[in-house]
Every structure is written in structure tokens, then in C-alpha cells.
Design a protein around this ligand. Sequence first.
Ligand code: KIV
Ligand code: ZN
Length: 514
Amino acid sequence: MKDHLVIFDTTLRDGEQSPGASMTKEEKIRIAKQLEKLQVDVIEAGFPAASQGDFESVQAVASVVKDSTICGLARAVENDIARAGEAIKPANSGRIHTFIATSPIHMEKKLRMSPDEVVERAVWAVKRARDFTDDVEFSPEDAGRSDVDFLCRVIEAVIDAGATTINIPDTVGYNVPHQFGNLFKQLIERIPNSDKAIFSAHCHNDLGLAAANSLAAVRNGARQIECTINGLGERAGNTALEEVVMAVKTRQDIFTVDTRINTREILAASRLVSNITGFPVQPNKAIVGANAFAHESGIHQDGVLKHRETYEIMRAEDVGWSTNKMVMGKHSGRNAFKTRLEELGVEFETEQELNEAFVRFKELADRKHEIYDEDLQSLVTDNNTQRVENESFRLVSLKVSTETGESPQAEVTLWMNGDEASALSTGSGVVDATFKAIESLVNSGSSLLLYSVSNVTNGTDSLGETSVRLEKGGRIVNGQGSDTDIVTASAKAYINALNKLESDLDKAHPQAPV
Ligand code: KIV
Ligand code: ZN
């Protein structure tokens, strides 16, 4: 019998801490439903004390997801724990994850607390969290740079106080595999009550070692991994769920653990998170990158055709890849459209939403003969990401012209808080001219940090998905747009980002000093 390895997904919390990756409540619900389909054991749905919006998002996820435990993060302070306890109330199974830093540098410079005070606060926080749920996780933040003797002291005390999971974060991605594995070995051997809790690994990827460190922890007794879809997360990101899950599945010869993950849902989860956050997946990314199963050289192709295992260690189908199949076209009806989207896990809340999506599908089918699953997903995601509550700007029309030897031009008409206005600009290309025209109307004063385009399927008639990242006064937002015309898709993404800049509210960062 293999031990169960708990998969704790923190895309909606640590993933969202990535600059520009903030998500709306509706987007979080869509991702949470996909995580439930993926059969993750625990979904960390957010940090409820960050803002009223974050609280409501965790509460909403706790209300709709029934098959995964819903977790809320809380610093070791009364308000955070009470908010987290309240937010997870609707869940079938709810967890509070409370934490306090234990490394000398964090205790001295950030918390300004003595080690004794930290132990006392940690114990208090766990006991307080137990007032709301029996499922309490404790993290000694920056454990990767903490003193092992002190970690033993804190952890023994919080297990006595009722913590059921002990998460060991390598907060700054400083550890290397043999060292991190050895830390787990020591903690589990030396802490007298270590058998009363599940030990968990939480790694950051600053040195590109997050998956390796997490797996080293598992080899040394960890029975939970904290991870995110596509490795989303602050700086270089967190451990990528798809990498650790597939490593454990593929190397059952060396791991004494297994997960309950439905790996066939991995690619859908990856695409959804990438679409919603606007963080593209690099082509050579393990498991979910476009090239992950592509064989370029003739020798490899020959080998795979003769016997696939010559060069393939996993089956592409097992993580959700399928060859592009034409699923719909111009003559497909509303029922077929609705049924296919339901099969893809997309449900419409109202008839009106379905009708609107069907109109967009017909418009797309007029321009693109073969519609694939990826097109349908993009069509629905685009509409959802475009919908910013109380949006200030909307694209009414766009006219561009380009000619060899002439400056490209764009004329944009926007709906702006009830009025229409137009502007004409030139630029180094039509996208540049379009952005300048929009900016001359809106005067946002923001800086463009990133612009990217990717095609949803192959072919020049493919839908183009664009991402625009803007920064203003330290706030970073990502906008997305999709269209068969990439200039229109770019304009939509720029406007989407501007709407988010207007509407996003400030929220507290959990790792900032209280
Ligand atoms: O990286 C970290 O230390 C965290 C904690 C809040 C667990 O994300
Ligand atoms: Zn983290």
C-alpha cells in the first residue's frame, strides 16, 4: 500500500501574489471548479483578511466546491484568523492555514519579536484557529533559513496546541534538494510528537529547484506538497503542480506515495490559469508547454513511431493533450454548442449568457471555418475576463491602415463612462498606433510592462490571445483579449487592463508586517 500524498493547490493564494495575477471572484470560482475536477485534496482559496473582495472570494469558493478541502490563509493575529474562520464556514471541509516567521532575519527585522514571543504567538494562533475548525495548518515562514533547533521547538509546541499539518516553506527559494530533504528527516526524527501531524513542503523556484526540493522532502517523509498550476507565484513562482504530480506518477518505482489527481485534467487547468491571468506558458515548459511532447529531430520521430517508449516517458493523453479535432463549424447549432461547452466544464448561469456566447461563436465561425475546443474555451474565457465590474471603457470601433513606406495608423473609438470619443494616432506598427490612440483618449499615465500574443490553435485564421501588463503607482494589472484579428485582440487586452487599473482595490499582502 502506498501512502497518500496530499496535493495542496495554492494557485488562488500564493499564485495570485504574482504581480498582475490578481483574479476576480468569478475567475477564482472557475479555477476552483477546475481544481476540484483535477481532484486536488486542498484548495488554498485566498487570504480572507486581505480585503472584502478576497474574503468573499474564499467564501464563494467554499460554497461551490464540495470535493476538496477549502483553506484560508491567516497571519497569527486575531482579525486574520477570525476572517479566515468565517470565510471557510460554508465548506464541507475547511482548513485554516496560519503562519509566523521563524528565521532570525525575519524575526528581528520584520516582526521585531524575540524567539520566545514567536513561539507564544504561534501556539496562540493555532489554538485560536482550532476554535473554528479541527483542520489547522501551521507554517514557520522562511523555515528554509531558520535554525533547526528553533524549528523543532516551535513545531513541537504547535502540534501540542492542535496543528494537524506542519508546512515547511522555503519562502525565498534558497534551499537545494539534499539540504531540504535532510531538514524533513531531522524534523520528523527529532520532534517527539511529529507522528501527530502531516509534514508538508512549500517551495519557491528562485533557483529553479522548487519541484526537486519538494520531491526530496517527500523522499524524507513529507506527505503534502503545496504547489500551483503552471508554477504561478511571486518572483520565479512556486512548485508546479503538474511537475510534481507527474514525477510521482511516472516514477512509481522510487516513490512510496501516490496522489488522487486526475491527470487528464492537467492541461485544461493549465490553459485556464494562463488565460485568466494572462501569464503565457513557455513552449518548453515541462508537461504543459506546447513542445512538451513534440519531437523535432528525425531520429526521435523515427524512434517514437516504431515504439513510443524509446523517447517518451509519459503519454501526452494522460495529461490531457489530444490532437486538435475540429469540433464545430458554421452550421453547428445552439444545442451542440452548449453540450460541447458543458463537456469542457463550462456552464452558463443564465440563458442570456448562453445566447450571448452563441452569438460570439457564430461571429467567430463566419471568420474561421473550423472551431476547436481551444477556440471555444478562449471564446468563453475572453468574455469572462473582459467583464470587469463597473467597467469604464469599451472598444466601439477600430480602423487601422498600414502601407510600405508609410507610418502605420490607427483610429480608435471608445465608449468612456457613457460617452463616445475617437482618436487617431500613428506608431511604429499598427498595435503601437492603436495603444497610442487609446492612451491619448484615456490618459491613464500607466507604463506598459509586457505585451504578448499567442495563437490558440494552428493556422493564420487562429484566434490570437493577447496579454497586456500595465503598471501605475506600483500597482500592476494584466489585461487579456482574444480575436481572430490580433490588432483587435490587442486593443481589447489594453482596454481590459485599463478597466482593471480603474477598478482594482488595494489589498493587504499576507507576508507584509502586520
Ligand atoms: O512562502 C511562504 O512562506 C508562504 C507562507 C505564507 C506559507 O507562502
Ligand atoms: Zn509561498
